[in-house]
Design a protein around this ligand. Structure first.
Ligand code: ZN
Length: 436
């Protein structure tokens, strides 16, 4: 018997579009009647559920943002009664308030179903042993990778993040064929496998990785160190179920996304108008079946582009490029999420330092991340104290943000460029080669 693919049985794009329109009408009606917040937003935009008659009507709907989620803490955009909610997941927020997302049983079932589809697209079968090295707990990652793996019929090995010793032991003793992790963890594990001379003792064939950008050279490095392992970039965000809402296909030139569960628009982040197919813009998503917290034109801040036309792999599911980055300044360094505002805060609490600074991110030959902080002295200060200031800032960043900058360079007041608009503070040169 052929393996279940977990794909919908549409055969044409027209059938998919019909399904999307039905889902869009359902979502607007459900949100309008289930959530006072959505009802107010739609009323303010002068839209009633019956106004949605064609796919183009999505353009008239108001946007939803991360602010809506924070303002509605602790149960933002809840659109069903509490007795229908079976689970909460959460992601960290910038200002202390987490983004909590509610799920009904159907939301969980839908997520698990299409996560199994993602595994299947990566060629995972019941023969596979899947070592899951992502965070378990209130985050969506562990639960999603775990339940999707079981649904796909493969053997789940829930090791969790870090713990290199156990990871290596499981790879060797349990014969894991698939590793799920971040790109950084993938590199770390690949280096560790090489260092310990394990390559001939393990059966690892595939890496499914997500939640972080990765360059083509980093992917190549991981694959080489693991004797030609195949890499699959998986997409997702907590607001939109979690990971597994799309995945790189075996032809490796794109991400297929599950257009039977959400509509993807790519908009210019400044004008909020659609960009032509093939051009980069902000990913905006509208869910088609999500009950507890439906999303209407949710601005994800992720930058990608639609890849028009069919894929060589033959699936009907449309595709976008791998994620290029984020519209806001948040960045990840050695798996820690850092907001420039936290650097602002440290500099402003350090006597002798000015307000202007730049963060330069790069990689060395072995693909390790480097962070160079260039910061100005306060006006009128001489260079005598630079070395002590530099040490003090490194110590504070290490204590408060839990990463250590590679260097802190103190420069005279007025050295860095000024801007009337928002200054560019983060220069991320870690990805120099192209991203598809
Ligand atoms: Zn494909």
């Amino acid at each position: 018997m052929p393996l279940e693919t977990f794909m919908p049985d549409f055969r044409t794009e027209a059938e998919l579009k019909d399904h999307q329109l039905t889902g869009l009408k359902w979502t607007v009606n459900h949100a309008y009647n289930g959530s006072t917040v959505y009802r107010r937003k739609l009323d303010d935009a002068g839209i009633k559920p019956d106004d949605i008659r064609s796919p183009e009507d999505i353009r008239n709907l108001p946007f939803t943002t991360a602010d809506d989620l924070r303002e509605g803490y602790p149960f933002p955009l809840r659109s069903v009664p509490f007795e229908k909610i079976v689970r909460i997941h959460s992601s960290s927020g910038t200002t202390g308030k987490r983004k909590n997302i509610c799920y009904t049983q159907k939301d969980v079932d839908d997520w698990v179903h299409f996560f199994a589809r993602a595994y299947r697209m990566a060629g995972v079968t019941p023969e596979d042993r899947v070592q899951i090295a992502v965070g378990y707990g209130v985050w969506t990652a562990g639960m999603g990778f775990q339940l999707g793996c079981e649904k796909a019929g493969a053997m789940a090995l829930p090791v969790g993040p870090g713990n290199v010793e156990m990871q290596c032991q499981f790879l060797e003793d349990l014969g894991s064929t698939v590793l799920c992790c971040t790109a950084s963890m993938g590199l770390l594990m690949a280096e560790e496998v090489r260092r310990r001379g394990l390559i001939d003792k393990i059966r690892l064939k595939k890496i499914i990785y997500g939640s972080e950008r990765s360059s083509a050279s980093m992917r190549k490095k991981i694959s080489e160190l693991l004797g030609g392992a195949e890499l699959f970039d998986i997409t997702g965000l907590t607001e939109l179920y979690g990971p597994g809402v799309g995945i790189e296909c075996p032809d490796h030139d794109c991400i297929h996304y599950w257009a039977d569960y959400y509509i993807l628009e790519i908009l210019d982040p400044d004008t909020l108008k659609p960009v032509p197919d093939g051009e980069w813009g902000e990913m905006v998503v509208t869910t088609l079946k999500k009950e507890a917290v439906p999303l209407i034109r949710y601005r994800t801040r992720d930058i990608t582009r639609i890849l028009p036309g069919p894929c060589t792999c033959g699936t009907l599911m449309p595709r976008h490029s791998r994620i290029l980055g984020r519209t806001d300044d948040m960045f990840k360094f050695r798996a820690v999420v850092i907001y420039p505002s936290s650097i602002d805060a440290i500099l402003s609490q350090t006597p002798g330092m000015g307000s202007e600074y730049q963060i330069h991110l790069s990689r060395d030959e072995s693909e390790r991340g480097l962070m160079r902080l260039v910061a100005e002295r306060s006006e009128g200060m001489g260079a005598d104290n630079d070395e002590a200031l530099s040490k003090e800032i490194i110590r504070k960043i290490k204590k408060k943000i839990l990463v250590t900058p590679t260097t802190v360079e103190i420069v005279p007041y007025g050295t860095l460029p000024r801007s009337e608009r928002k200054s560019k503070r983060v220069f991320d040169n870690r990805i120099q080669d192209s991203i598809l």
